[in-house]
Design a protein around this ligand. Structure first.
Ligand code: GMT
Length: 378
């Protein structure tokens, strides 16, 4: 199949999922075309089966807002015609599903029919999409998609609750390539980060408010009072500075490393003992799955789709949002005894294996095939 993928090319989970999906589809013999404003961060390898087409939005001073959707829909039309793309898979409803629908309509005028698969990732629904300013356009674009998928059952239910949806929604979860995590680094240079007796706690995100970054710092503060520990903070975002300030106020700045965005997530997870994800909400929590695949147990909140990924008492523990004390206690339960830590590490990895890429990507392929077979002009 010739598949066009539209995504946000940044460090966010939706972009990561879209990129890893495209790479895997290309390995399975499909021709994949990424169409977005920048080469996706995890897309290192462009080959004969993976192409990247940049959407340019020329700056024009008259426009207060540069019209990205317009440029994207025009680019989609051009790329579909030039490369014979058969199906468009858009990740994130805003504005991708909307732009794809416009492209589809323009192509119909030229006698070309390209169905659209829209994948909902969470923030496009729960945090932004349901805002009254966007809701009519988001509802319209979802209903006009030929197929709709969501990354968890919880997000599907949220979507049905918040919007008037007339389409079936297939749940296709986030995934992980367990093969990549099988040969974990034998030497990930742990000794550069911490002493032998120190536990390494890690958090990775885009440091937005929804991630409750100050909870991460407070949980770590409680942990390091009881056992020797270091905290690795990976990512960039608006909550990074307040977190740095809080570390100083609590006098733990020597024990906390702020990495910024990193392309070495695997290496960081390789030397981690525990992952913290106390988010206000997560449609899925890809970062937690990546940690688990690297044998790192997860202390998380129990909101959104997280309980579909992190299993209480197995791959880690879950607590209500904001329960810093409960999360700290659970973290210490895992970290205190080497034998307990070993058991949770093993169980975390086993749970991650349920989301192996080789189980999930065929589900997308089946949806593409079904959509190509069934799609009708709407
Ligand atoms: O978590 C973020 O802030 C990034 C966001 C995104 O839009 O890329 O991630 C969302 O999509 C990921 C991939 O499907 C999910 O694993 C994340 O849980 C989800 N984030 C939220 O729902 C807050």
């Amino acid at each position: 199949m010739k598949i066009g993928i539209v995504c946000y090319p940044t460090f966010g989970g939706s972009g990561v999922v879209a990129t890893e999906l495209g790479i895997e589809l290309s390995k399975r013999g499909h021709e994949v075309h990424f169409i977005t404003y920048k080469q996706p961060v995890r897309l290192e390898l462009l080959g004969s089966h993976v192409h990247f087409h940049e959407v340019n939005v020329p700056e024009y001073p008259l426009f207060h807002y540069q019209p990205y959707e317009l440029a994207l829909s025009s680019k989609l039309v051009d790329m579909v015609k030039l490369h014979g793309i058969e199906i468009l898979h858009v990740h994130y409803a805003i504005p991708h599903a909307y732009a794809a629908y416009m492209a589809k309509k323009m192509l119909i005028e030229e006698g070309i029919y390209v169905p659209i698969v829209t994948t909902l990732h969470g923030t496009d629904i729960t945090l932004v999409g349901s805002h009254p300013f966007y809701k009519p356009a988001v509802t319209f674009s979802i209903n006009k998609s030929d197929a709709v998928t969501s990354v968890s059952e919880d997000l599907k239910q949220d979507t049905l609750r918040l919007f008037d949806i007339k389409k079936d929604i297939d749940v296709v979860t986030n995934f992980i390539d367990m093969g990549k995590h099988r040969n974990n680094f034998t030497n990930c240079q742990r000794s550069m980060m911490a002493n032998e007796e120190e536990r390494i706690i890690t958090h990775i995100s885009n440091f937005r408010k929804v991630k409750r970054i100050t909870d991460v710092v407070k949980i770590f503060y409680n942990i390091q009072k009881e056992i020797p520990a270091k905290l690795m903070m990976v990512g960039e975002g608006p909550e990074k500075e307040p977190a740095e300030r809080l570390c100083e106020e609590l006098g733990i700045q020597e024990k906390v490393v702020f990495f910024g965005n990193s392309n070495e997530i695997d290496r960081i997870l390789c030397f981690s003992d525990l992952f913290l994800l106390p988010s206000e909400t997560e449609s899925f929590g890809l970062a937690a799955l990546e940690a688990m695949a690297s044998s790192v147990p997860v202390i998380s909140s129990n909101s959104g789709g997280i309980p579909e990924v992190n299993i209480n008492g197995v791959s880690g523990f879950l607590s209500p949002v904001g329960d810093v004390e409960g999360m700290s206690k659970n973290a210490l339960t895992i970290l205190r005894e080497p034998s307990t830590l070993k058991l949770f590490k093993k169980q975390a990895k086993a749970q991650a294996a349920n989301f192996d890429i080789h189980e999930i990507v065929p589900q997308y392929e089946a949806i593409y095939e079904r959509t190509l077979k069934n799609s009708v002009v709407i």
